[in-house]
Ligand binder design. Structure first.
Ligand SMILES: NC(=O)c1ccc[n+]([C@@H]2O[C@H](COP(=O)([O-])OP(=O)(O)OC[C@H]3O[C@@H](n4cnc5c(N)ncnc54)[C@H](OP(=O)(O)O)[C@@H]3O)[C@@H](O)[C@H]2O)c1
Length: 296
């Protein structure tokens, strides 16, 4: 089975220790995020599990502590669908932490029925892009102060099907769950590219990650036939621990190219739309306007 999995993604390991380092992983109560948090904790990092559901977060912390014997794993409330919650989370981090070396923007909602965030944005664009955009904005001073530090944005190969629909970013005129998801994942790539430029010379570097096809809870909103298909062919699909490899690669490997797109533990080329600097700049400005922030 492992051999089959490796057809789709190579195995990867590293001995790097992270004693004295602090990481935030969003959406760390399950799936790729939980496995990322588990690995970072095993390396000695202090890991903050930023989750919207504190019961699930505490359960994940108990599981990681039980399995690894480490202690520096902390649950913390963060709802990326609510800018008030993002502000409160950031305030808590500034009050409780003196440094932040890794911000792993992992949380995501995929192919869900139409809904909006507390601030009125379509949920997939609001959580996957705007929520992480705002979180990064708020935590940037701490990341700069802790440099060298890294921001890692979970995107997806599906970004290649995406387009930024400036005429209807919020899907108010028409909503298609796949179209909204792939738009949000393209936005992750464009955000990474533009942020890397703005952070040149600061010691904060940025990476976009495609984790591959991973057997996680990501299908929860999808049609039952897709869920059954995934279950039936799960032996071909990466486990969440394998899905975390490229995130960990971007967290731990020295001298990677900031602003790049990484898949299968290597830098690779993203779609042409993901390399469109003009779209990246406009998306940045529009995102700032939507969030009511000045970030140049
Ligand atoms: N699995 C794949 O095949 C695949 C492929 C390409 C890209 N990705 C990307 O990889 C990332 C991780 O996905 P996964 O497969 O691990 O999915 P998952 O198992 O569904 O985990 C998603 C995580 O995001 C959290 N989340 C959702 N909405 C949130 C919100 N408003 N505020 C805070 N946290 C929120 C979820 O919390 P709850 O449990 O409380 O809902 C959960 O912890 C996502 O960005 C996804 O787009 C996954």
């Amino acid at each position: 089975m492992d051999t089959l999995r490796r057809v789709f993604g190579k195995s990867w390991s590293s001995n790097v220790r992270l004693d004295g380092k602090t990481a935030i992983v969003t959406g760390a109560n399950t799936g790729i995020g939980k496995e990322t948090a588990r690995d970072l904790a095993k390396r000695g990092a202090r890991v903050i599990l930023a989750c919207r559901d504190m019961m699930k977060a505490e359960q994940a912390v108990r599981e990681i502590v039980r399995d690894t014997g480490v202690v520096g794993v902390i649950p913390c409330q963060l709802d990326l669908a609510d800018t008030k919650s993002i502000c409160e989370f950031a305030e808590h981090i500034y009050n409780s932490e003196t440094s932040l070396h890794f911000l792993i923007n992992n949380a995501g909602v995929a192919i869900c029925p139409y809904s909006t965030t507390a601030d009125g944005y379509e949920t997939q664009f609001g959580v996957n892009h705007l929520g992480h955009f705002f979180l990064t904005f708020l935590l940037l001073d701490l990341l700069k102060h802790s440099a060298p530090s890294r921001v890692i944005n979970l995107s997806s190969l599906t970004h290649t099907m995406g387009r930024i629909h400036f005429e209807d970013l919020n899907s108010e005129m028409s909503y298609h769950p796949v179209k909204a998801y792939v738009q949000s994942k393209l936005a992750n790539v464009l955000f990474t590219r533009e942020l890397a430029k703005k952070l040149e010379g600061t010691g904060v570097t940025v990476y976009a990650v495609d984790p591959g096809v991973v057997n996680s809870d990501v299908t929860r909103h999808m049609h039952s036939s897709i869920q059954m298909f995934v279950k039936a062919f799960s032996f071909l699909i990466r486990t969440p621990a394998e899905g975390a490899y490229t995130t960990l690669y971007c967290t731990l490997t020295p001298d990677l190219k900031s602003g790049g797109y990484y898949s299968n533990c290597a830098q690779t080329t993203c779609s042409r739309a993901g390399r469109d600097d003009r779209t990246a700049r406009i998306l940045w400005m529009v995102s700032c306007q939507m969030l009511g922030i000045r970030w140049r």
